[in-house]
Design a protein around this ligand. Structure first.
Ligand code: C2O
Ligand code: CU
Ligand code: CU
Length: 522
């Protein structure tokens, strides 16, 4: 067990990424006492300090003790129904301690957390006050993709318009953390980067997990310019998948979570970053994994580190140790050589421990084991190839506004493809039969990893690069390694209709690495 690491000597801490204009980010703020920090915070000094050139994520520690973790407003379902109005608008908010001009759901970043129970009905009136279209996707929910449910293909909410979504969760819906975000093709990366995301929690149906506290930690990243606008990213950054210099938890930079020794907290960690893969560590405290994405484990599993791909989630239990510790983000490269993006964001939050120890809570009840789809003969085997098509012009050609052939929007003419084709909403790429299990192998013909996400139906990961995965692991986003492949089994159950699967590096999705699957009855 180790205590909190000191910022100056942490070997995991990489230097701040270079600022686009060449300034290297490291702010020389001396560490402040908590009390002093609170006083200064009230006087707005932080806003000035943060606006200084070279502000980068690794400088967050000076502010580590400045703010307690705040949670977005939480909206609970009642008697099986949650009715929400989500207004999408540009709003000036406080983000990372400074004034920022973001896109928001109901005026906050993140938007409100929606808490549901299996079997609930979610009705969302989405009101668009932007000057561009948007829409809504409930990421990870096992719900219908048709009509006015989780329909990202047909529903586009134009400026000044609104749309009434109506989403019915099945009675046996898997509990855990999920999230919502826009899914308007070509605009997804920009809109998430600008602040459009919010958490969804589906509560346990069975016996409750005894905890002292249940927290939602929405991790996001962005980069703000001097005026507090999210910056426009270059074609090159889109090609790699943009990563922000600010890595935030619930819109805050290194907030503090207060707890007493021995308390058991449940953290629902949601990685809403457009590209960044997280690898998290919390030294000095016991961390037990309850679920990844949609994959609730039968028994909690003790972990030292936990990976959260972008768009993925983890549901963990933290048993608070004796001393204050830091939730740290380690490097998690997205290329095989290890020199690619997803550098170490450093400290994301501080778990501040004080007070007398509390007695241990009762044990965690077991959860029924999810079915192992390897016991089922797949009705089909499919291979899906992820690729880049440079023939329409490369990222070197950026800035001239010329598009290559096909749908090269946003990447200077470079097209990203599945099976050699960029996304076309009118084309159905794969047809499956409802009530069958299929085996899909995602093959990666590029030099970087892609987090592949399928809407509506879960995926059981059965092999990576041909090596079998022993445990029963369910995810709705899987890592497909550069030059490698990942095999999953998919139960096409309950819901027919057309929807999409895509790379969840939102810049890649926007550049065409997305395709349509339709599950048909009979
Ligand atoms: Cu998180 Cu298709 O989306
Ligand atoms: Cu999704
Ligand atoms: Cu990708």
């Amino acid at each position: 067990m180790t205590g909190p690491s000191s910022p100056g000597t942490d070997p995991e801490r990489s230097p701040a990424p270079p600022h686009p204009d060449g300034v290297t980010g490291r702010l020389l703020l001396p560490a402040l006492s908590r009390r002093r920090a609170l006083q200064l915070g009230g006087l707005g000094l932080f806003g000035i300090a943060i606006g200084a050139p070279g502000w980068g994520p690794s400088t967050g520690l000076a502010l580590a003790a400045a703010e307690s973790l705040a949670e977005p407003e939480t909206l609970h379902s009642e008697n099986g129904l949650l009715r929400v109005r989500l207004k999408v608008a540009e709003t000036t908010v406080t983000l990372a301690g400074r004034s920022a001009h973001m896109l928001t759901y109901n005026g906050t970043v993140p938007g409100p957390t929606l808490r549901l129970r299996p079997g609930d009905r979610l009705q969302v009136e989405l009101v668009n006050r932007l000057s561009v279209p948007t829409n809504l996707h409930t990421h990870g929910l096992h719900v219908s993709p048709k009509g006015n449910a989780d329909n990202t293909l047909d529903v586009h909410v134009h400026p000044g318009e609104s749309f009434q979504y109506d989403i019915q969760l099945p009675d046996d819906h898997t509990p855990g953390p999920f999230w919502y975000h826009p899914h308007e093709h070509h605009l997804v990366a920009d809109q998430i980067w600008s602040g459009l995301y919010g958490g969804i929690v589906v509560e346990d149906a069975g016996p409750e997990v005894p905890v002292t506290r249940d927290r939602v930690l929405v991790v996001s990243d962005t980069t703000l310019d001097d005026d507090g606008h999210p910056v426009h990213v270059s074609e090159w950054e889109r090609m790699k998948g943009r990563e922000g210099r600010l890595v935030l938890v619930n819109g805050q930079l290194t907030p503090t979570l207060e707890a007493r020794p021995g308390e058991r907290e449940r953290w629902r960690i949601i990685n809403t970053c457009p590209s960044r893969f997280l690898k998290l560590r919390l030294d000095g405290h016991q961390v037990d994994l309850l679920a990844t994405d949609i994959g609730r484990l039968a028994e909690p599993r003790r972990v030292d580190e936990v990976e959260v791909l972008n768009s993925g989630r983890v549901d963990v239990l933290v048993t608070v140790g004796e001393r204050t510790g830091e939730l740290r983000g380690l490097a998690n490269p997205r290329t095989r050589g290890g020199d690619g993006p997803s550098g170490a964001p450093g400290t994301l939050a501080t778990l501040q421990v004080s007070g007398s120890p509390v007695p241990a809570l009762p044990p965690v009840p077991a959860y029924p084991q999810l079915p192992d789809l390897r016991e089922v003969e797949p009705a089909a085997h499919r291979t899906l190839v992820l690729g880049f098509d440079w023939s329409g012009g490369g990222p070197e050609d950026h800035g001239d506004g010329q598009e290559g052939h096909g749908d090269g929007h946003g990447t200077g003419g470079m097209v990203m493809t599945i099976d050699g084709r960029p996304f076309d909403h009118a084309r159905t790429d794969q047809v499956t039969r409802l009530g069958t299990v299929e085996e899909w192998t995602y093959v990666n013909h590029t030099g970087m990893d892609h987090p592949l996400h399928l809407h509506v139906w879960p995926m059981q990961v059965v092999a990576v690069d041909g090596r079998p995965v022993e445990d029963v692991v369910y995810q709705d986003v899987v890592r497909v390694p550069a030059g490698g492949e990942t095999t999953v089994r998919i139960p096409f159950e309950d819901f027919d209709g057309r929807t999409v699967f895509h790379c969840h590096i939102n810049d890649h999705e926007d550049a065409g690495m997305m395709a349509v699957v339709e599950a048909r009855t009979g």
